[in-house]
Design a protein around this ligand. Structure first.
Ligand SMILES: Cc1cc2nc3c(=O)[nH]c(=O)nc-3n(C[C@H](O)[C@H](O)[C@H](O)COP(=O)(O)OP(=O)(O)OC[C@H]3O[C@@H](n4cnc5c(N)ncnc54)[C@H](O)[C@@H]3O)c2cc1C
Length: 389
């Protein structure tokens, strides 16, 4: 298999690099290495402005079809953009939930009217979204969702509680999995609703995390309303639509994520060289292991992409998650071990060192986006054909 990019793709890489170098300047220079998992609280208005700058320049929705306002670029070019974006240390996106989850869902399952209404705001970086799936008693077992919605007087009335809703405090809209037919079998009674956040009946309560900051929230809906047409798929088809969203959750973004991991790894390595920790044979061996792990992830991702270019990732995305989440947790542990006693000092939130933040936030990696146990179940049952339970 040839892992190289052709010369036209390399010219595209130059274009991306140049644009990022020219635009991560002035007011946006402060955004370098800000935002993203564990740092979502940082510089929100500035990152919202950056989102709009990306939108103006046509860097959002690169793979979406042109008739939907995207650029219809190949997966190779999307990978290149994701890699260069991360290599430049460009900020964690505040619009990624709309771009990577809701947009593709509307492209697959939305009506023409819904695409006309919602895609332009995502592409322009002006409307932000959050994902309202999990509830206090419905996480891995998502079909246990109890938030309910009823169609009355031309509107859906939504009541219930969501939890762990990332970036809800900044979102304009939420895609909500709600029970619309309590009598139906549990997977069949669910619907996928698009609910505005800045209306009466929606309350967002930030949750303080280990890091001392709040990236996710509790969201309470108390007779919150949304128009009758803001349902994706038919009533009762919400499970099918939601599973489509989860399937697109991990695709091209994997490559940008790996480039971000490389930057974190380089920082840990550099500290180990500076403070002499690298002389410790155990630390040196763990640094080598981490380097190998990064290569394994990259070649696995490239092989997946090469096997079915452009396809929606299936169980391969479960393998990728099972590789990166524990790897990233180990990197967090290595970061604090390399920092030594200094890693025990320091405060919370903005005062955390990079090593502390990496260590603390990566505890969540094996939980969100489907826990490692759930990834193993999916691989066992759907790929290997092993019996359930
Ligand atoms: C940082 C972060 C951001 C998140 N953002 C969002 C968001 O934006 N929107 C959203 O809807 N949700 C979000 N989540 C929620 C996330 O999807 C859930 O936490 C996850 O699905 C696990 O559900 P749970 O927390 O209810 O744990 P549970 O499902 O209660 O699981 C508890 C433990 O039991 C294990 N377990 C459960 N079922 C099985 C099984 N069948 N076999 C073996 N082991 C099992 C799990 O692996 C886990 O270890 C986020 C979570 C985190 C940590």
């Amino acid at each position: 298999m040839d892992f190289r990019f052709d010369s036209a793709d390399e010219r595209f890489r130059d274009e991306v690099r140049t644009w990022l170098a020219e635009n991560l300047t002035g007011e946006f220079a402060q955004l370098i290495d800000k935002g993203g998992p564990g740092r979502e609280h940082e510089l929100i208005p500035e990152r919202q402005a950056w989102e709009r700058r990306l939108g103006e320049a046509g860097w959002i929705g690169l793979g979406w079809p042109q008739e939907a306002g995207g650029r219809g670029l190949s997966w190779t070019r999307q990978v290149i953009f994701a890699e260069e974006y991360a290599r430049a240390g460009a900020p964690g996106r505040v619009g990624h939930i709309g771009e990577q989850l809701l947009g593709p869902t509307l492209l697959m399952s939305g009506t023409a009217e819904q695409r006309r209404r919602f895609l332009p705001g995502i592409l322009a970086g002006t409307e932000l979204w959050c994902q309202g799936y999990s509830e206090p008693d419905a996480g891995s077992d998502l079909a246990a969702v109890r938030t309910r919605a009823e169609l009355r007087d031309g509107e859906w009335h939504v009541t219930g509680q969501k939890v762990w809703t990332s970036l809800a405090q900044f979102a304009d809209w939420c895609f909500v999995l709600a029970r619309t037919d309590p009598a139906a079998e549990r997977h069949r009674g669910l619907s996928y609703l698009l609910v505005p956040m800045n209306r009466p009946g929606v309350e967002v309560r930030p949750i303080t995390q280990l890091t001392g900051t709040s990236e996710f929230n509790e969201v309470y809906f108390d007779d919150a309303r949304t128009a009758a047409g803001n349902i994706v798929g038919a009533p009762g088809e919400g499970w099918k639509v939601a599973m489509g969203t989860l399937a697109v959750e991990r695709g091209v973004s994997t490559f940008g994520q790996q480039m971000g991991f490389q930057r974190e790894y380089d920082a840990v390595l550099s500290t180990a060289r500076d403070n002499g920790a690298i002389e410790d044979p155990d630390i040196a061996a763990r640094l080598v292991d981490a380097w190998i792990g990064l290569r394994v992830m990259r070649y696995t991702a490239l092989r997946t992409l090469g096997a079915a270019p452009g396809a929606v990732p299936g169980a391969e995305s479960n393998i990728a998650k099972l590789l990166w989440a524990p790897w990233h947790q180990r990197l967090g542990e290595l970061a604090v071990d390399v920092a030594g006693p200094a890693a025990t000092l320091g405060g919370r939130g903005d005062e955390l060192s990079d090593a502390q933040r990496l260590f603390l936030f990566t505890r969540a990696d094996t939980i969100y986006g489907g826990s490692s146990e759930i990834q193993r179940n999916v691989i066992a049952e759907r790929m290997l054909g092993l019996p359930r339970g």
